[in-house]
Ligand binder design. Structure first.
Ligand code: BTN
Length: 306
C-alpha cells in the first residue's frame, strides 16, 4: 500500500488505526497487507460532526443512538430556540412516524433517519412546498452519489425501480396565523437487506439496488447541502419556480392514472404535472382539471404503488 500510494509505512499504519477507531474491522497479515473484514454498524460520531451539512448559521447537529422519533427531538430543540438547519439524526427510532398516522420502522444502523428544523418566513399554506424541496434534495443526492435512476412520487416519496426508497414527514407548528417552525423528517432505506413481508413488494434500499453497503454520513451531507441550496431559492421566491423544472423531471406520476386520496372523496384522474405551489395538476375523466394540494391529500397509482 505504501508503494501504491507513495506514502510511508507509518502513514498507512496511522490511517489503518484511525479506521479501526471508527469501528472498521481490519485484519493485518505480516508482509502482505491489510484486509477489510467488516464495516461499522453505527455512524462514526467523529466523522459525522466533521461532515459539511451546508451553511446554516448557528445550527447544531444532535446524534442519538436511540430515540422515539427525530421529529420529536427537533420539536423540542425548536422550542428551546435552536436555529434553522439544526439536525437530529438517530441510529434507531422506537416510534418512527410515517405519513397518514403510519409507523416508520427504523431498525438500528441500517437506515438514515433524520429531521431538520426550518423557520421559513412564508405563509403557512405554502409550507407543503418544502416537503417537495426535500424530496428533490434526496433524489439529486441519490443520482449524484450513486448514479441511480431516481423518481419522485408526488409529493415526496423517492422511488427507485418503482419501489419506495425514502419517505418524508413534514410537521408544521403554528403561532396565531404564522409558522412557528417546520420539522422535515426523512427516512432513507440505506443498508437494509430484507424488508418485512408486508412492504417487500413496494420498498427497496440502496443496498438492494447497488449490491453493496453505502456510507450514511456522506449521504446525509449531500442531502443537506442540496436542501440548503434549493430551500434558500424557494423561500426567497415564495414559490417552487426556481426548482420546478428539476422536480417535474423526476415526477413518476406524470401522464399516469392516479387515485387521489382526498378526505372529501376519493377519485381517479390522469396526473399532468406539478405547479409552482407544489400542487399536482390532474385531469378527471370528465375533463375537469383539478389542483391537488399536498398538505392534505396523497395519491397512489391505480395499477400499483406508483
Ligand atoms: C412516510 O410515511 O413516507 C414518511 C416517513 C418519514 C420517516 C422519517 S424517519 C426520520 C423522521 N422521524 C420520524 O419519526 N419520521 C421521519
Amino acid at each position: 500500500m505504501s508503494d501504491r500510494f507513495n506514502v510511508s509505512r507509518t502513514a498507512v499504519w496511522k490511517a489503518i488505526r484511525s479506521l479501526e477507531e471508527e469501528g472498521y474491522e481490519i485484519e493485518a497479515v505480516r508482509n502482505k497487507g491489510y484486509r477489510l473484514a467488516g464495516v461499522p454498524e453505527l455512524m462514526s460520531e467523529k466523522r459525522l460532526f466533521k461532515e459539511n451539512l451546508g451553511n446554516w448559521p448557528g445550527a447544531k447537529l444532535c446524534y442519538y443512538e436511540e430515540t422515539d422519533s427525530t421529529n420529536n427531538r427537533i420539536d423540542e430543540l425548536a422550542g428551546s430556540g435552536a436555529p434553522e438547519g439544526t439536525v437530529a439524526v438517530a441510529e434507531e427510532q422506537t416510534k418512527g412516524k410515517g405519513r397518514r398516522g403510519r409507523v416508520w420502522k427504523s431498525p438500528k444502523g441500517s437506515g438514515l433517519y433524520f429531521s431538520v428544523l426550518l423557520r421559513p418566513e412564508i405563509s403557512p399554506h405554502k409550507a407543503s412546498m418544502l416537503t417537495l424541496v426535500k424530496a428533490l434534495a434526496v433524489a439529486e443526492a441519490l443520482r449524484n452519489l450513486y448514479g441511480l435512476e431516481v423518481q419522485i412520487k408526488w409529493p415526496n416519496d423517492v422511488v427507485v425501480n418503482g419501489r419506495k426508497i425514502c419517505g418524508i414527514l413534514t410537521e408544521m407548528k403554528m403561532e396565531d396565523v404564522y409558522i412557528r417552525h417546520i420539522i422535515v423528517g426523512t427516512g432513507i432505506n440505506v443498508n437494509i437487506e430484507v424488508f418485512p413481508e408486508e412492504i417487500r413488494e413496494t420498498a427497496t434500499s440502496l443496498y438492494l439496488e447497488l449490491g453493496h453497503k453505502v456510507d450514511r454520513i456522506e449521504l446525509l451531507g449531500e442531502v443537506m447541502r442540496n436542501l440548503e441550496k434549493a430551500y434558500r431559492q424557494v423561500v426567497e421566491a415564495e414559490s417552487l419556480l426556481p426548482v420546478l423544472e428539476d422536480y417535474n423531471k423526476y415526477l413518476v406520476n406524470r401522464g399516469r392514472r392516479v387515485r387521489v386520496l382526498d378526505p372529501a372523496g376519493e377519485y381517479e384522474a390522469q396526473a399532468l404535472f406539478v405547479n409552482e405551489s407544489g400542487e399536482l395538476i390532474v385531469e378527471t375523466d370528465d375533463k375537469e382539471v383539478k389542483h391537488v394540494y399536498a398538505g392534505e391529500v396523497s395519491v397512489r397509482g391505480v395499477y400499483g404503488y406508483v
